[in-house]
Ligand binder design. Sequence first.
Ligand code: ACO
Length: 389
Amino acid sequence: MSEAPTGFRPGLEGVPATQSAISNIDGQQGILSYRGYRIEDLAAHSTFLETAYLLIWGELPSAEALREFQHDVQMHRRVSFRIRDMLKCFPSGGHPMDALQSSAASLGLFYSNRALDDENYIRGAVMRVLAKIPTMLAAFHMIRRGQDPIQPRDDLPYASNFLYMLTEREPDPLAARIFDACLVLHAEHTLNASTFSARVTASTLTDPYAVVASAVGTLAGPLHGGANEDVLLMLEEIGSEERVEAYLDEAIASKRKIMGFGHREYKVKDPRATILQGLAETLFSRFGHDRMYDVARRLETLAAEKLGPKGIYPNVDFYSGLVYRKLGIPTDLFTPVFALSRAAGWLAHWKEQLGANRIYRPTQIYTGLETRNWLPTEQRSGHNGEPTG
Ligand code: ACO
């Protein structure tokens, strides 16, 4: 038997798996930057599409380049009637994240020519993903409620148009601006599980829609993007500020994780959580308070005492659900909305991966049996279908 490779780190914790110039985290200081720009500046001054451009092409666009990019994305917003028909065949009770994964993958059927070394092809794929994901997601939401999908509105900017397609109402400008800032905050976050998944898929030189679909599937899990949905369910379960301490103590004693807390990279409060908390407060002061915010704040205060010494603080998912709820976004769309935004980061990593590609093919440490002789069924003892462990 060949010698086992050494250096195994479960979850690849701390193992560099790529070189990347797209974003950077300082987990001790709580700093996140995209292409060198602090997340606080981008959330305050940039838009999601401008941020997507920055992530994918490496520089903030000139006014003209931005106008052209916004126009091109807008031109791609509509989806084929075949995609709408496909969405109508999906089970209405299915999770929208599954609908999003399937519809993202289906784009490969509609745009099947693949020219990965052609900048125009790359630009076209970027436009399609950014433009069509919101349309498909909103369409699935309307269809599952028994309504016709709402066509995108060409006169509305990206974030407003998505909220409009979800509700058939033009959103309040403040609500639209805050939603756009949420998209900026979620657009990219170094080599997390879904981005790693995107890069692995990209490294096989498959089409970009498969890259996005694999990343959507990875983001869906409760340890990753799916936590934003669970946070709100947890806050509802706690119910009131008075019950926070008992809930927290019981969770810690039974080693149950508090949703929206903890991060592999941050040992302090996630800077995005701080910004989202501010956005939540702005929304509440304008559109009315949410008493679950009081529960969340109490939980943050008590958890700082009990979990803070282990470096466990609120992550991006802790306050995002409260913001989304105030914006009228249904709970099961929280993670798909995260995906809609993170698509920008996935596309940036797709493009970067193609620029210096080497297929991902890690090795493993085999823990199974040595080679055995095959026996016909009548000579076998043992296994009746139970797991062998
Ligand atoms: N609540 C309570 N304790 C926690 C939490 C939490 N949320 N997170 C970690 N811990 C504890 C663990 O119990 C463990 O304690 P121990 O050493 O006494 O056994 C220790 O901290 C280390 O935990 P790990 O799970 O090994 O940390 P890891 O870096 O693998 O996990 C993760 C990071 C997955 C995010 C984890 O903190 C978690 O599950 N959080 C809750 C789910 C969540 O909010 N996910 C969203 C993350 S952000 C994102 O993906 C967009």
